[in-house]
Design a protein around this ligand. Structure first.
Ligand code: PEP
Ligand code: MG
Length: 325
């Protein structure tokens, strides 16, 4: 499949109306790194650091992590890599951490909640990242931020780590961006100050959608019940795009839906300029974007909504089919 898209691999995802969408890849394991060259990704929009923790049977050491992160940055050759701090709990349980019996793990003690309550591992990770960067630019993103205060507390950990590393005589990153994942509806309604303080936001659509529709992403009975292109969800996403535009906050989308061409097209049409996806999706998404006019897609979305459609999928699919003729 990669070969099919080889001819556009080094071309931008430029739409018929002249807008360029940045396509990035999601990664997490060393085995993903060769895809950076093969897929045509402009960078790593989401590096899921927990995968390194999940594939072993004991807690990795700081020196090991620093070496791994350095290899990731080396492989990126200066392209931006967004490292997401440990996102554990819920569906991702570490075999060497005491399991907590929670009635609703998806709504439980997970991700940044663990990171802030038991900061040891997150501190080690931040130190390892700063050392791995060794003066190069670094981007760190916190998962599952539900309110402004959590972001502030996590950011304070970054500042503490920088200070500690400075005192220890390590070179600090030339530039350090600190961002958050928007994966709980509450964060979309955070005070304006939050949008001003956060350096970038990435929509974690897998979680955001599960909480928006109250439909467990792990439960086969309900997980496909609600369409991502449902008018309610799309309208909600548009609101996030607007809030970010107001404060000039960089926004991307990194859930699985970013890798589905029709979804990606709609996201671009409502104003998302950066999409991060599994490497194999970059070709198909780019190919479709290059054939479409986002102003037309916007109009199609608008009309479908005016006509009271539940989802814009049918209308957008009709438009897409016309572009193939
Ligand atoms: C998401 O929730 O959309 C996301 C990208 O994070 P994960 O799938 O790792 O929870
Ligand atoms: Mg998530």
């Amino acid at each position: 499949a990669q070969e099919r898209y080889a001819s556009i691999r080094d071309k931008p995802a430029e739409t018929k109306c002249g807008r360029i969408i940045s396509l990035q890849m999601n990664a997490g394991l060393m085995a993903d790194l060769p895809s950076l060259e093969g897929s045509g990704a402009e960078g790593v929009g989401l590096f899921r650091t927990e995968l390194q923790f999940l594939v072993r049977n004991q807690m990795p050491r700081r020196t090991e992590l620093a070496a791994l992160y350095a290899r990731v940055l080396d492989a990126a050759h200066g392209r931006r890599v967004v490292f997401r701090t440990l996102d554990i709990g819920s569906d991702k349980v570490l075999p060497y951490m005491k399991p907590h019996d929670e009635p609703n793990p998806a709504l439980g003690w997970r991700a940044i909640r663990v990171g802030l309550d038991k900061p040891g591992v997150m501190r080690m990770q931040l130190q390892a990242l700063i050392r791995a960067a060794a003066g190069r630019p670094l981007a760190v993103m916190f998962p599952f931020i539900a309110q402004f205060e959590e972001f502030r507390a996590a950011r304070a950990e970054v500042d503490k780590a920088l200070e500690r590393e400075r005192i220890l005589g390590h070179v600090l990153p030339e530039k350090l961006e600190v961002g958050a994942m928007l994966e709980t509806p509450s964060l979309a309604f955070a005070p304006k100050k939050f949008f001003e303080e956060v350096e970038f936001l990435s929509i974690g659509g897998n979680d955001l959608k599960q909480f928006f529709f109250a439909a467990d992403r792990e439960n086969e009975r309900v997980r496909r019940r609600y369409d991502t292109l449902n008018v309610s969800f799309l309208t909600f996403l548009e609101g996030i795009v607007e809030r970010c535009a107001e404060t000039d906050t960089a926004l991307s989308f990194c859930g699985e839906d970013a890798g589905r061409p029709v979804e990606a097209l709609c996201f671009a049409a409502i104003g998302l300029k950066t999409l991060s996806m599994r490497p194999a999706s970059i070709g198909p998404v780019k190919s479709l974007l290059r054939r479409c006019n986002l102003d037309d897609v916007r109009a199609v979305i608008h009309d479908a909504r005016e006509q009271g459609e539940m989802s814009v999928r049918g209308a957008v699919m009709d438009y897409v089919r016309q572009q193939h003729q």
